[in-house]
Design a protein around this ligand. Structure first.
Ligand code: PGA
Length: 273
C-alpha cells in the first residue's frame, strides 16, 4: 500500500508569527478531528480500520521559517522540508539553502524542481538532477516536481515533457530498492497552467498523466519501486476538488500551494486522502 501524502508548499508566504499562529490553530483542529474520527472508527470493523492507508502531512515553509516550524511542530505529527536546496554540502553559494543543515533541523523531505524554481530562477533539469541526488545522499526524501505548460499540453506534448523531466530529474539518483517498503523519492505532477490559476486538472487528465508516470517509473526503476513511489497532484487543489481527485487509483496525495496557508482548508484536503 502506498503512503498518502498531503504536502503544503507555503512558497514565500507567512511571517514567523503567522507560522506559529497557523500551527496553534492546526493543533486545535487536528485534536477536534481526532475526537470525531475516533467516534466514527469505533463504529467500524477492525478490518476497515487497519486497511486505511497511512497519510503523512508535510510542510514546505520558506527557508527562513524552517527553524520556527521545527520548534513549533516538535509535538505534532507532521514532517517538513525546504522548498529548494543547493547540490553541495557547503561552500561559497551565497543565498543558497543547505540540505545538511535542514536535515540537522529535523527535515525529512526536500522539494526540488518546482515550476517557479524552473521559470523564475532558471533551474535546468541538469541542476535539478544534482539536487535530487544530493537530497538523497544526505537522507532527505526528494519530492521532484514536474509538469507541462499550457502551450505544451495544447500541442499534445504533455507526455514527452513530463517523461523528459522525470528521466533527467532522476538520472543521477542511485538505483534504490524498495526492499524496506520505503519510497526512495516522491513525484509531484503539477501542470504549470493549473498552479495558482484556479484551473484544476480534471480527475481524468490528472489520472492519465499519473498512470503514464507510473509506467515510466516501472521502466526506469522496476515494478517494486514504481508501486511504492507516491505520485502527488498539484495545481489549484482546494477542499472542494480534493475528494474527486483523491478517488483516482494513481493519485496518492497532493502538493498544495494557496490552500495550504489556511489550517482548515489544508486539513480538509488532507482528510480527503
Ligand atoms: P496552488 O500551488 O495550489 O496555489 O495552485 C501549487 C504549487 O505551486 O505547489
Amino acid at each position: 500500500m502506498r503512503t498518502k501524502i498531503a504536502a503544503g508548499n507555503w512558497k514565500m508566504f507567512k511571517t514567523t508569527r503567522e507560522a506559529r499562529d497557523f500551527f496553534k490553530e492546526w493543533e486545535t483542529l487536528v485534536a477536534q478531528a481526532a475526537v470525531k474520527e475516533g467516534a466514527a472508527l469505533a463504529k467500524k470493523s477492525d478490518e476497515a480500520v487497519t486497511t486505511k492507508p497511512q497519510t503523512k502531512t508535510v510542510f514546505f515553509p520558506s527557508t527562513i521559517l524552517l527553524g520556527t516550524v521545527a520548534e513549533t511542530t516538535a509535538d505534532l505529527n507532521i514532517e517538513f522540508g525546504p522548498q529548494n536546496i543547493a547540490w553541495q554540502k557547503e561552500g561559497a553559494f551565497t543565498g543558497e539553502t543547505s540540505a545538511v543543515t535542514a536535515k540537522e533541523m529535523g527535515a525529512t523531505y526536500a522539494l526540488i524542481g518546482h515550476s517557479e524554481r524552473r521559470s523564475l530562477f532558471h533551474e535546468t533539469d541538469e541542476v535539478i538532477a544534482k539536487k535530487v541526488a544530493f537530497a538523497d545522499s544526505v537522507g532527505l526524501i526528494p519530492m521532484l516536481c514536474i509538469g507541462e505548460t499550457l502551450a505544451e499540453r495544447e500541442s499534445g506534448h504533455t507526455e514527452r515533457v513530463v517523461s523528459t523531466q522525470l528521466r533527467l530529474g532522476l538520472s543521477q539518483l542511485p538505483a534504490t530498492t524498495a526492499a524496506n517498503g520505503r519510497a526512495p523519492f516522491v513525484i509531484a505532477y503539477e501542470p504549470v497552467w493549473a498552479i495558482g490559476t484556479g484551473k484544476v486538472a480534471t480527475p481524468e487528465q490528472a489520472e492519465d498523466v499519473h498512470t503514464f508516470l507510473r509506467s515510466e517509473l516501472k521502466e526506469l526503476r522496476g515494478a517494486a519501486v514504481a508501486d511504492i513511489v507516491p505520485i502527488l497532484y498539484g495545481g489549484s487543489v482546494k477542499p472542494d476538488n480534493a475528494v474527486v481527485l483523491s478517488q483516482r487509483k494513481n493519485i496518492d496525495g497532493f502538493l498544495v500551494g494557496g490552500a495550504s496557508l489556511k489550517p482548515s482548508d489544508f486539513l480538509a484536503i488532507s482528510s480527503a486522502l
